[in-house]
Design a protein around this ligand. Structure first.
Ligand code: AHM
Ligand code: MG
Length: 322
């Protein structure tokens, strides 16, 4: 079986990018270890802090963020980083070539119930003469990503990543090495499985209400097939399911926070997941355009997300008149 580094070399990935991915994986292995220790290490439950979005942080959100921050600050490859759990970007090495944005522990409401969570990352090049302590350096569209991926901490610890040459999956072995376990993953074009938090139904806009109402009618409705539903409340786990067997995942705008486009964040959730989904032949849109074409204006900006099997995502676009 091929090790991560061997595989990336075979793909002619630049040496500095391989080194950065390996550093990220060293941090993720440490996070995986903390998750496995769980209650034994006294690290479950809430921290006494909130992040910039006003969400209560879990202790493990803070621990995972600190692990990634420390790792990425100790290399000359990274000019700066931006994290869901940091109010402002953090400058690292002024000579660094890359910027890294990440959600250190996505789906963290699942930590205390021992259900899958993940780390999501996006790698950009640092623009010449930019200041990595300022958000302007990071405000690049998803099309500019040089690599993106996630690590799913589930029954197995799995890295899923792309450098723009397809999507590949690697499983962490007991010897601490990631091995290639699925190459060139493709999302099936059609699906009969959807994922949305149904408890928000009354807050959605009319096209989403209409589409989901039609899904629920199954073979008796206009979509003509019976659908199954899943909701794990962990985007990493949902995207992993979709990359594995197809499906559609939606976190659309809703009227609970009408001035925001949705719950999920563009720079470290929407863009990296969209890069993976597109590389695997799926689609990822904000109900109007491809998420990777959105020009970001703020580091913590939110985005409406509809991603997965291409034909199903395009059905949702049609409900929105697109
Ligand atoms: P987080 O980054 O604070 O963990 O929030 C993102 C998560 C996603 O993983 C998941 O899809 C969504 O929030 C679930 O939200 P909800 O609890 O509203 O269903
Ligand atoms: Mg999170």
């Amino acid at each position: 079986m091929l090790r991560l580094t061997q595989f990336l070399k075979q793909q002619e990935t630049p040496a500095d990018l391989i080194e950065l991915v390996n550093l990220l994986m060293a941090a993720c292995k440490e996070i995986d270890g903390k998750l496995q220790d769980g209650a034994l290490a006294g690290i479950l439950g809430a921290a006494e802090t909130e992040n910039v979005q006003g969400e209560t942080q879990k202790k493990l959100d803070v621990i995972a963020n600190d692990i990634l921050k420390l790792t990425l600050s100790n290399t000359n490859l990274v000019a700066g980083l931006a994290s869901e759990e940091e109010d402002d970007p953090v400058a690292c090495d002024p000579e660094g070539k890359f910027l890294v944005t990440f959600d250190p522990l996505d789906g963290s409401s699942n930590i205390d119930i021992n259900v899958s969570v993940g780390t999501i990352f996006s790698i950009l090049e640092a623009p010449n003469d930019s200041d990595p302590a300022q958000q302007a350096a990071y405000l690049q569209s998803g099309r500019k990503q040089v690599a993106a991926g996630y690590v799913l901490y589930g029954p197995s610890c799995i890295l899923v990543m792309t450098t723009g040459n397809g999507v590949h999956m690697f499983t962490l072995g007991s010897n601490g090495e990631f091995y290639l376990t699925r190459e060139s993953v493709q999302v099936p074009q059609t699906t009969k499985e959807f994922a949305i938090n149904m408890s928000n139904q009354r807050f959605w806009d009319q096209p989403v209400k209409d589409y989901v109402a039609d899904l629920l009618q199954g073979e008796e409705g206009p979509l003509g097939k019976r659908y199954n539903m899943r909701w794990i409340a962990s985007m990493v786990a949902e995207v992993h399911r979709i990359l594995t067997r197809g499906g559609i995942f939606m976190y659309p705008w809703d009227s609970r926070a009408p001035q925001k486009p949705g719950k999920l964040r563009l720079m470290y959730e929407g863009n990296p997941m969209s890069f993976l989904i597109e590389q695997a032949g799926g689609r990822s849109v904000n109900t109007q355009i491809d998420i990777m074409d959105v020009e970001p204006e703020q580091i913590h900006e939110r985005v409406s997300v509809v991603l997965g099997s291409k034909e199903e995502v395009e059905t949702v676009l049609r409900y929105h008149g697109n």
